[in-house]
Design a binder for this molecule. Structure first.
Ligand code: ZN
Length: 340
């Protein structure tokens, strides 16, 4: 689902005309396309309303409700769009699937942003594991898989990627074992992994505890699971609320605060070895997109128009962004291992 995650899709996806077509052709979801869910973490059905969101990225119609569990505090989409209907929202505009590569004269900047993103993922992983040809790596929700391709190329580690969308025809994935489908339905035949990564995957998941337990059982004795998700109790959430890019309705099923993430990991038999209030994903994107969403009020971003202001704004804010890791702007990364 992700690689250069979610919200980037808006900057990358369609041009102006495509966005307009999306808005007019995409019908508002009907009530029967939704289902009620209990809290993923504790099973309670007692909730309080949190926020009603729109699909701010491309402007597809509909209102989507998020609630907070009265018992454990987990925030999640309820009712949520059924699995059978969510696929349509991961269309060709979706950046993680990286179909569009040509952005005119901004293409070098765009490519550099993607490469920086993969480099930052590698940096956070290398702090915890010595990668080499004897290591096995699994990326859940690998999207276009450039992170895995880099690991394969640079360290010779064996690389497996899972995504619900079949992207195995992408040329750089030729050396990666690509599996199409739901992660917890894969048969790994007793194989274990030294590193499992979930870059902006868990907040899209329809059963996060099942995913986490399945991943835990695939970890080797010294194996590490690295998870990056948006952080609900962050500055950008407080700034933007119903237009917070981390809502990314309707694709995001769960919204994790620091405590609700750590709580779920604990319940799933995982022990946290490192926690950071930042991620490989650029926090700046949330600052930028949240402001744009506030102005546009659900009309959708027009990627070809916002790419230049995006990069200019980033340049302007670069002195502040140097301290990104200390500001709790929008992301969180956690590294864990199997509980003894
Ligand atoms: Zn709960």
């Amino acid at each position: 689902m992700t690689n250069l995650d979610t919200s980037w899709e808006s900057v990358s996806g369609a041009d102006v005309t495509e966005a307009a077509v999306t808005r007019t052709c995409f019908a508002e979801p009907r009530p029967e396309m939704f289902e009620q869910v209990s809290c993923y973490s504790c099973g309670s059905q007692e909730t309080v309303p949190l926020v009603t969101a729109q699909e701010d990225l491309t402007g597809k119609p509909g209102n989507f409700t998020f609630v907070t569990c009265r018992n454990c505090g987990l925030a999640y989409q309820n009712p949520r769009l059924k699995l059978a209907h969510i696929g349509a929202y991961y269309d060709e505009e979706y950046i993680a699937h990286r179909r569009k590569a040509d952005w005119g004269w901004l293409t070098p900047l765009y490519r550099r942003a993607l490469e920086k993103h993969d480099r930052k993922k590698l940096d956070s992983v290398r702090d915890h594991i010595a990668l080499g040809h004897d290591k096995a790596v699994l990326d859940v929700g690998c999207g276009a898989g450039s992170f895995l391709a880099k690991i394969r190329q640079r360290y010779g580690a064996s690389a497996v990627g899972v995504d619900f969308k079949d992207l195995s025809d992408l040329p750089w994935l030729c050396d990666v074992e690509f599996r199409c489908g739901l992660f917890y339905e894969q048969d790994f035949d007793g194989r274990q992994f030294d590193l499992i990564t979930m870059w902006h995957f868990l907040e899209h998941d329809f059963d996060p505890p099942r995913t986490l337990s399945f991943a835990r059982d695939l970890l080797s004795d010294e194996g590490r699971l690295v998870i990056e998700v948006p952080r609900l109790d962050s500055l950008t959430w407080r700034l933007y609320r119903e237009r917070w890019p981390g809502l990314q309705a309707p694709q995001h099923t769960v919204l994790f605060s620091r405590s609700s993430l750590l709580d779920m990991l604990e319940r799933c038999g995982l022990e946290v070895v490192d926690y950071r209030a930042c991620g490989a994903y650029p926090a700046y994107f949330y600052l930028f997109a949240g402001a744009a969403f506030k102005l546009l009020k659900g009309r959708g971003l027009k990627p070809s128009r916002v790419l230049l202001p995006y990069f200019l704004g980033q340049l302007l804010l670069s002195p502040v962004l140097l301290f990104e890791s200390r500001l709790n702007l929008s992301m969180q990364t956690v590294v864990c291992r199997r509980k003894a």
